[in-house]
Ligand binder design. Structure first.
Ligand code: HPA
Ligand SMILES: [Zn+2]
Length: 332
């Protein structure tokens, strides 16, 4: 099974670039930029990655992002992730970034997007990896703040394929952002939102019905509503599931308790993704391996999960078909 996981080309659809900041790079950038970090060494950092819920993770994740200052820092961050894609056979990736985390610290939107964009362009040239950039609004901040961010993003519209919604879910339902998502849709952006990670299934309904999203990020709480499950199946709404994240943030007690196999067997369009791999102990292949070690996933299931990642991506139909054919080719 591990061989199959490694050799299948994959798409990743749920990856926060700030969450791919490995402790080694965090230290290097902290030193270079003269930023204080509350850790004495790499081991100390890893020991701090002991989360009890989403918020305990977010506090540490936002603190880590403080070391990112220059365009080159964002380039290096993205390039290191690309090298992991090469290792794990990810041939297409749609990455999230959180502009407000940086603009609130006085880092220009342009600095952030240019560093990411240049690394992704080099990834295409050097490795043929295709990609898209999705900017996420921080849901613990106001809708007005999201509107301001959307306005700033308009100058870089060509570089951004979609908008998303992340950060502290509980108490910040999708309904808080209805108008700004409407405006983003009018501007031609694809729409995604984190929903049903810690929040209950009503957040998924809101993301679908009030925000009009194309994809749900996480969505594992849909299992608690038969009606919603039927709808997700009928409409084949993609759910970008992140197993390691769900275990590290205690959404499920352990891998054996994860519901991805049930979602898949029901006929939902689920894929496997790494979310914040530097914080959650591994990149995409490790997510697949942890699932296979603990759940009765078949080879067919693995192939379906991988094909779903391409089907649910925002690439055009021709490339989608070409990528799906690549998967089939590996299986021959
Ligand atoms: O898993 C997540 N959930 C919400 N916000 C996030 N920001 C980074 N990762 C996450
Ligand atoms: Zn996420």
């Amino acid at each position: 099974m591990i061989d199959l996981i490694k050799k299948l080309p994959k798409a990743e659809l749920h990856l926060h670039i700030e969450g791919s900041l490995e402790p080694e790079l965090m230290f290097r950038l902290a030193k270079k930029n003269n930023i204080d970090i509350p850790y004495k060494d790499i081991e100390d950092v890893r020991n701090a990655y002991n989360f009890t819920n989403l918020q305990t993770f977010l506090d540490i994740y936002y603190a880590g992002a403080n070391v990112l200052i220059t365009k080159d820092d964002f380039y290096d961050l993205t390039w290191e992730y690309i090298l992991k894609c090469v290792e794990d056979n990810v041939i297409h990736t749609e990455i999230f970034f959180d502009p407000q985390t940086h603009t609130a610290r006085g880092i220009a939107f342009e600095t952030v997007i240019t560093g990411i964009k240049e690394a992704l362009a080099d990834a295409k040239e050097r490795y043929g990896i295709t990609s898209g950039i999705i900017m996420c609004f921080l849901r613990h901040l106001s809708q007005q703040d999201a509107f301001d961010t959307l306005e700033e993003a308009m100058a870089f519209k060509e570089d951004i394929i979609g908008v998303g919604l992340d950060s502290s879910e509980l108490g910040n339902p999708p309904s808080k952002f209805t108008e700004v998502f409407e405006k983003a849709k009018e501007a031609g952006f694809k729409l995604v939102a984190h929903a049903g990670e810690e929040g209950d299934f009503s957040y998924i309904y809101e993301a679908l019905d009030l925000l009009g999203i194309d994809r749900i990020d996480h969505g594992v709480q849909s299992i608690h509503s038969d009606t919603l499950m039927q709808r997700l199946k009928e409409e084949q709404i993609p759910l970008t599931v992140c197993p390691n994240s769900n275990i590290e943030l205690k959404v499920f007690e352990d891998y054996k308790a994860h519901n991805i196999k049930e979602l898949l067997d029901y006929g939902l369009n689920v894929s496997v993704n790494s979310d914040d791999p530097a914080y959650f102990k591994g990149y995409i292949n490790q997510n697949f391996i942890n699932l296979c070690d603990n759940l009765p996933l078949t080879e067919n299931d693995i192939v379906t999960l991988v094909k779903n990642s391409f089907r649910s991506s925002f690439i055009d139909d021709d490339l989608k078909q070409a990528y799906l054919a690549k998967v089939d080719h590996v299986l021959q």
